[in-house]
Design a protein around this ligand. Structure first.
Ligand code: ADP
Ligand code: MG
Length: 609
């Protein structure tokens, strides 16, 4: 589907984006003291590392070569003290970074969660749930990782190189400058290689998914392939893609294999230069043996962070791409927002009217045009008609999940956009075709309708909705766990619980959108009893296919193509012999056939093929 393309991972730039990086770092701001804390500790650590090498130099020069036993002992004591300090600082920064990461991860997830609650239905229409889940589960974590472990890595690498350089400078500045010359070269080469390798691997992945797609299509469409004798062409295409994959994989492997040896060769050249130059200098007394040894250690020691910088860079790119996706979700604006100065409390009791309402989901595809409907307080309205006629759209507009693109909806005479969404939605109860329960006890699921309800009120609601009977038959009664999404209950049972929930909420307006469509006739009868009780005294809208559910409505509307094509009571519409009449007679006939069937104790032969 073309509109989902924007959610393809590849679509987001993997180019380095400084603005996004800055915004990622902004997530650390509330905890900046911790971040500064661990960076200071890392700085101490790298100084400690460099000092070890420096101490070794002095051990060689002043202790071993000079044969000074007292100095050797003093240096060893310093060595031990340094090791102890080092242990504490390492512990400190790993602990701080870990805690910081958890906080940031939690903050981002919480922000996303809050934001998701505010987004309008239209956003969820266009955005696959899987895409959103991936943002919350994996991308949020990657941001947290970058702003902590990424920061640790970068600080560590940079400071290691810097402190090593400073120590080298203090030992022999000319030799240090020589080393300094190879560092930038190493950094450039390392980053260049990483980039090429990344690009190659991305290429491999792309071709791979193309092949998987082709596989999938020709297997699922195997009949068509055979019927049209397309095997040979498919085979040829498959062969071409496979060799393309082979070439890309070969290049990727070649590059990754080349990377380490090249770094090592450059490192070895550097070491060679040090030993050669140092050897010459040592003979004329320019540098000590311990000094040369220290340089060799420093350079070996520097190779690792430099190589590692390249890995960190690659990870940073990935995290920035993750962050871009997370921020695009955070920045999504709800379509339905409260107007400036909207009233938080309104008179929801009173009639409801749709006046010249126009609406579309996608521009240019009008669902409703100039739609008019007036419903009185306490009236029971039923909507029937073919699938896609616009029934759900009408009630969604009433709930203000979407807003009319033209015209107004009035509740109690007032344009409902003058009220907050909460003022309207808190007074509307909705029971849908697929009731949604949250994992937890039945009691809590009913209480979701009104959080401050007492246990007695919950059970009273259960009774009114005719749910009490089945609940008390369960092993733990109201404490029974419904499982994730209510998976441990039947659809009918879930429906009764969501009815009880609606009763508890005590709404002024009640909407039931195909509440009985997915249950058998026996359960339907029970739900219907519950519905009758719940609708009493409330303005209600019932959408149903089974006409038995709606016969008693005050007014029945037949909705076709976004228009009201028939309107009246059951009797009036039967008399009019229109669409409703034919729907009714069809269902009635089916019912009679079914009863006949039962009486005969067998199946009816189909009337005609
Ligand atoms: N979220 C949506 N995005 C785009 N089009 C939609 C959406 N929901 C419904 N539609 C379209 O609006 C029309 C009316 O749908 P709906 O109100 O669900 O009908 P009903 O409830 O009567 O079956 C249909 O053509 C349907 O395809
Ligand atoms: Mg519908």
């Amino acid at each position: 589907m073309p509109e989902y393309d924007q959610f393809e991972e590849e679509e987001f730039t993997t180019q380095f984006n400084g603005r996004v990086l800055a915004r990622m770092m902004g997530q650390v701001r509330p905890y900046w003291t911790w971040a500064v804390g661990f960076m200071v500790l890392i700085a101490l650590c790298t100084v400690g590392d460099s000092s070890f090498t420096y101490l070794s130099k002095r051990v060689i020069d002043e202790g071993i070569l000079a044969g000074d036993r007292a100095q050797l002992n003093r240096l060893l004591v310093a060595y031990g003290a340094l090791a102890a300090v080092q242990a504490v600082t390492v512990f400190g920064f790993i602990y701080l970074a870990g805690v910081l990461g958890e906080r940031v991860d939690y903050d981002i997830r919480r922000k996303l969660f809050n934001h998701l609650q505010e987004l309008s239905f239209s956003y969820f229409d266009k955005t696959p749930v899987g895409w959103i889940m991936a943002r919350v589960t994996s991308d949020a974590g990657r941001i947290a990782e970058l702003v902590t472990w990424g920061l640790v890595d970068v600080t560590w690498s940079v400071l290691s190189v810097v402190t090593s350089m400073v120590f080298m400078m203090s030992i022999d500045w000319r030799l240090a400058l020589l080393v300094l010359a190879i560092v930038p070269a190493m950094v450039v080469i390392a980053i260049w290689f990483r980039k090429r390798i990344l690009i190659q691997f991305r290429e491999v992945r792309k071709i791979n998914s193309k092949i998987t797609g082709a596989y999938n299509e020709s297997i699922t469409g195997v009949r068509v392939v055979k019927a049209l004798v397309r095997e040979e062409q498919n085979l040829r295409e498959f062969g071409e893609q496979s060799s393309e994959l082979y070439r890309a994989a070969f290049r990727a492997a070649w590059l990754s294999a080349l990377f380490l040896p090249i770094v090592q060769i450059i490192g070895a050249l550097g070491l060679g230069a040090i030993v050669w130059y140092g050897g010459l200098q040592a003979r004329i007394g320019g540098i000590t043996i311990g000094g040369i040894q220290a340089f060799v250690s420093y350079v070996t020691f520097m190779l690792w962070p430099i190589q590692d910088l390249a890995r960190v860079y690659a990870e940073m790119q990935r995290s920035v791409a993750s962050a871009e996706r997370v921020f695009s979700l955070m920045d999504a604006q709800p379509d339905v927002v409260d107007r400036e100065g909207a009233a938080a409390v309104g008179n929801i009791r009173g009639g409801i009217s749709f006046e010249h309402v126009g609406f579309y989901y996608e521009e240019g595809e009008d669902i409703l045009t100039d739609f008019d409907l007036h419903v009185q307080q306490g009236e029971r309205v039923a909507l029937v008609g073919p699938t896609g006629g616009g029934k759900s759209t009408i009630v969604n507009l009433l709930c203000r999940f979407y807003e009319p693109t033209s015209g107004v909806v009035r509740i109690g005479g007032q344009d409902y956009t003058e009220l907050t969404q909460h003022a309207v939605q808190s007074r509307i109860g909705m029971v849908l075709q697929t009731p949604h329960l949250f994992s937890g006890a039945i009691r809590e699921n009913i209480r979701y309708g009104r959080l401050d309800a007492t246990d007695d009120e919950v059970e009273e609601a259960g009774r009114i909705a005719h749910a009490h009977e089945f609940i008390v038959e369960m092993e733990k009664g109201y404490e029974e766990d419904v499982g994730e999404g209510g998976a441990l209950l039947s659809v009918g049972q879930k429906q009764l619980i969501s009815l009880a929930r609606a009763v508890l909420a005590d709404p002024d307006i009640l909407i039931m959108d195909e509440a009985t469509s997915s249950v058998d006739t026996l359960t339907e009868a029970r739900i219907q009893q519950g519905m009758e009780a719940v609708m009493r005294g409330r303005t209600s809208f019932v959408i149903a296919h089974r006409l038995s559910t709606i016969r008693n409505a005050d007014r029945i509307l037949v909705i076709e193509g976004g228009r009201i094509t028939e309107m009246g009571t059951h009797k009036e519409l039967i008399r009019a012999r229109g669409h409703y009449h034919s729907l009714y007679t069809q269902q009635f006939r089916r019912k009679l056939e079914h009863e006949y069937d039962v009486l005969q104790g067998g199946r009816l032969e189909p009337v005609s093929a």
